[in-house]
Design a protein around this ligand. Structure first.
Ligand SMILES: CSCCC(=O)C(=O)O
Ligand SMILES: [Fe+2]
Ligand code: NI
Length: 175
């Protein structure tokens, strides 16, 4: 389950309902999917050419419902680890404050990471996400992303349009 920490305060939320309510006030969405599905006999029997395809198949019901709800079109799986080539270059795209012109929809399959949200009221809060956590950061929300010390995450990403995922950095906006 996720852990939400409000910077500069003692506020730490771990109860999914409390996290959902807190982020909901800023237009974000948080929910928990049954990650155990991935390790079920049924999931293991899923015919797929790649692990990514198997993951997308196992969670196809949840993904389709999400697409329906949010008007999203496509989904893929991103996996980052210390073995990822050019990991630092990839992380450098995520770890500076930025926004997107479409929602950022991430479901954690393995590992963990921290989405740092810079809210319009200047509150800054960390949402550390773990396997089973779904977080939707709505378009236009200023945020950044960091891996934890284990530098490992595997996420389903759901997009409105693949080229929608372009980061618009705060510096650009300041120009
Ligand atoms: C593992 S998803 C990385 C975070 C991201 O896509 C973003 O911040 O735009
Ligand atoms: Fe982002
Ligand atoms: Ni957890």
């Amino acid at each position: 389950m996720a852990e939400l920490r409000v910077r500069g305060t003692d506020t730490v939320l771990t109860e999914p309902g409390a996290i959902k309510d807190f982020v909901g006030a800023y237009g974000l969405d948080y929910e928990v999917w049954n990650i155990d599905k991935l390790h079920s006999e049924e999931a293991k029997a899923v015919e797929a050419d790649t692990e990514q395809e198997r993951i997308l198949e196992v969670f196809s019901d949840e993904i389709e419902a999400l697409k329906e709800r949010g008007g999203y079109e496509t989904a893929d799986v991103i996996a980052l680890s210390p073995d990822t080539p050019n990991l630092d270059d990839i992380l450098a795209k995520f770890d500076k404050e930025h926004e997107h012109t479409e929602d950022e929809v991430r479901f954690v399959v393995d590992g963990r990471g921290v989405f740092v949200i810079h809210a319009p009221d200047d509150k800054v809060f960390d949402v550390e996400v773990h396997p089973g956590d779904l977080l939707v950061v709505p378009e236009g929300t200023w945020h950044w992303f960091e891996l934890c010390e284990d530098k490992q995450i595997k996420c389903i990403r759901v997009f409105t349009s693949k080229d929608g995922w372009v980061a618009h950095y705060r510096e650009e906006a300041a120009e």
